[in-house]
Design a protein around this ligand. Structure first.
Ligand code: EPS
Length: 392
């Protein structure tokens, strides 16, 4: 499954075209919309989320509730467009009173994007660089999730840190790093611990008060995965790189770790690698399993069959109510960076976007292993594979 998005933050709509979609699986706009709602929520979002009510329109690739195997075109209208029709008009001349954005925000794409493209108005860059685009990615990811559900794969996420407030390890009901999503969704910051959630909310309030923005950490998980997805033989098959790349393509994501993550570089091998054991009870793929999951579900660039546990860090959003110094692009005078309405913290939303990216990579990996054309053929191949490895 591949996707491409189009659309400016304050243009008429966002679009996602999802290609290489297998035929014959059930998809509803309700399933896509529920993911869009999850992305819009989370304590710390700004005024824009009060305007938007992201809803998808499926324009192609679906007939009587089933995928046709042709590209899916997904459209999400921007309600805020109504306030931008002149400043963001597709044709005609700019309005006389148009104010050019020439005070680039440190940390955003404004300056480098303007240098790269020759834009005089940073808005030409920032409209597309805005994380509003991630709504279209989440719509595409919802398609991948609907496909993966047929193989018993479930994807979730949770926030483990906002700025200096961390989810205490003791409060974690860790089952290989996977949490009940009910608990997560009940938290305003998508953190499974109530006390930590309250402190995260307070940190966001204090940041808003101070004109600041906050970043954080989150974990994305996938369970029910077949062992052997991805590949060890060619660089581009390795899921470690593919998942890492997909997550790092989300605006503001600055690092990704798998399982034990960077700690793996601080411990001897005997404390890092997961002993291979034969469980008394057979799972869906037989008796062979691991005593621990420090690998985070990946060995040799392939899924092990253990839960996939991936951690990511998001930097604070660059738009600040108390802006940093920048320069005026025309005069080179020192000025304050431009102030846009923005979020104080979007870490809970970024975790939902990361789920979508992970789903898209995993859906492709299932298609590679079990067939691309139709769900029915892929399920037949999947069952034969599960039966083959279960007898070892
Ligand atoms: C976003 C919409 C944007 C921002 C945010 C993400 O809306 P507006 O710019 O109209 O306030 O709230 O954009 C950024 C974080 C960014 O870096 O540009 C959304 O729908 O998620």
């Amino acid at each position: 499954m591949k996707y491409v998005t189009a659309g400016e933050s304050h243009g008429p709509a966002l679009l996602a075209i999802v290609s290489e979609v297998p035929a014959g699986f059930a998809l509803t706009s309700a399933a896509i919309n529920s993911e869009l709602v999850r992305r819009q929520s989370g304590y710390g979002r700004g005024g824009r989320m009060a305007i938007e009510r992201d809803e998808v329109q499926v324009l192609s690739g679906l007939r009587f509730g089933r995928t046709l195997g042709s590209p899916l075109a997904l459209k999400i209208d921007n309600r805020d467009w109504a306030n931008w029709t002149e400043r963001m008009a597709q044709e005609g001349r700019p309005p006389r009173d148009l104010v050019l954005e020439q005070h680039p925000r440190p940390g955003h794409a404004d300056l480098v994007g303007a240098l790269k493209t020759g834009a005089q108005d940073c808005r030409d860059v920032l409209e597309r660089a805005s994380a509003r685009e991630t709504a279209a990615r989440v719509a595409a990811g919802a398609v991948a999730k609907a496909y993966l559900a047929h193989f018993g794969v479930e994807i979730g996420s949770y926030v483990t840190r906002i700025s200096d407030v961390e989810l205490p390890a003791a409060a974690i009901e860790r089952k290989n790093g996977v949490f009940s999503q009910t608990k997560v969704e009940a938290s305003p910051v998508r953190c499974p611990d109530e006390e930590a959630s309250a402190r995260m909310v307070a940190a966001i309030d204090a940041a808003r008060e101070a004109g600041e923005s906050l970043g954080g950490w989150f974990t994305i998980t996938a369970t029910g995965l077949a062992p052997g997805l991805g590949g060890y033989a060619e660089a581009e098959q390795r899921l470690t790189g593919r998942i890492g790349g997909a997550l790092l393509s989300i605006p503001a994501i600055r690092g990704v770790e798998f399982g034990l993550g960077f700690l793996a570089g601080t411990l001897p091998g005997s404390q890092v690698h997961d002993p291979i054991i034969c469980a008394d009870e057979a799972g869906a793929f037989g008796h062979i399993t691991r005593a621990s999951n420090n690998a985070g579900g990946l060995e040799g660039g392939m899924t092990t069959g253990e839960p996939l546990v991936v951690h990511a860090v998001m930097k604070p959003i660059p738009t600040l109510a108390s802006p940093l110094q920048t320069i005026d692009l025309k005069t080179h005078e020192a000025v304050e960076a431009s102030r846009e309405r923005s979020d104080v913290c979007a870490v809970p939303a970024a975790a939902v976007v990361a789920e979508a990216q992970l789903a898209l990579v995993l859906a492709s990996a299932y298609q590679e292993k079990f067939g691309r054309d139709t769900l029915a053929d892929a399920l037949t191949a999947f069952e034969a594979y599960a039966a083959r490895i279960a007898v070892r």
